[in-house]
Design a binder for this molecule. Sequence first.
Ligand SMILES: Cc1cc2nc3c(=O)[nH]c(=O)nc-3n(C[C@H](O)[C@H](O)[C@H](O)COP(=O)(O)O)c2cc1C
Length: 344
Amino acid sequence: LYPLARALLFQLDAERAHHLAFRGLHWADRLGLLRLSAPCLPARPVSAMGLLFPNPVGLAAGLDKNGEHIDQMAALGFGFIEVGTVTPRPQPGNPRPRLFRLPTHQALINRLGFNNLGLEVLLRNVAASRFHRKGGIIGINIGKNFDTPNERAADDYLLCLEASYPLASYITVNVSSPNTRNLRDLQADDALRALLRTLGQSRERLRRKHGRQVPIALKIAPDLPDDEVERIAQTVRSEGFDALIATNTTLARPGVEQHRLSGESGGLSGAPLREGADRVLAAACRSLSGSLPVMGVGGILHGRDADRKFALGASLVQLYTGLIYRGPELVRECILAAPDQHEP
Ligand SMILES: Cc1cc2nc3c(=O)[nH]c(=O)nc-3n(C[C@H](O)[C@H](O)[C@H](O)COP(=O)(O)O)c2cc1C
């Protein structure tokens, strides 16, 4: 059915199509159609970050920013769902239009700017989801409000960490969105170390309070040279964090320079991002040599793209743009591409 739905949705403005697709999924869920059409998927259990994932294919952050669609996304067969990016206070994001499709390139450009309903609403939605109650793995991706200066960014991340801690299976610290001014400066050496240290100390207090250690991942940009990736990977490891996510969207326009929309500002995702995201993934895996898991994200449009990320060393993968272009079939393809850890 997805090719038909896609043909209709692609007639609409990208952001309207997004909301309409979710409304359709909600109705399908309420009528029990999602359960009826639930895909029969092979088990591909993976342990990473101290968690046991039923399969290593997750939903990437940004598709369900407010945690409103967790159960509908879980019904597609994802092994885990990452919600957010959430900021402490609600914020509207950038003016529209701010999301663009480049169908000939199987790509998107977005400058949404962390539009979200805030921490309180997200946490209420996570707690109310069936997936959470059944023990499904939910990552909460945290960021800072656009009007919080970088010198006070740690306060926003701390607020999000503390409030999310009791509900999250893992927490992702997002310092790599290109659409919040200067956010990526937090990836720089001293700034990153200071932020991670503050969060690490808070996590230690929370671990004692809640009697449970919630793993923390750092999500990085693809627009970094290999030596910077290696430096960040080592900082993540030495500060006691649990995983690296490579990558967010890119400010570069590889292979789409001639497209009429390539001049739109924002982050590019989908097929043109694949090569750059794979380079960063490979550099991170090389640097960590198995000491920490790495999640591969960026440009997965087919099972073979996920396969390549696993071959480069990813323990887990995540999808966003590919889901828009390929629909639920992509989830199945990627699960089938995952290495079967039970194989001799
Ligand atoms: C419209 C859109 C919104 C996104 N919002 C977020 C976000 O809020 N936080 C985040 O960490 N990543 C966000 N991302 C990045 C994705 O999670 C992912 O890292 C990136 O798109 C690369 O994967 P893909 O090529 O499969 O889309 C967003 C991506 C898109 C296309």
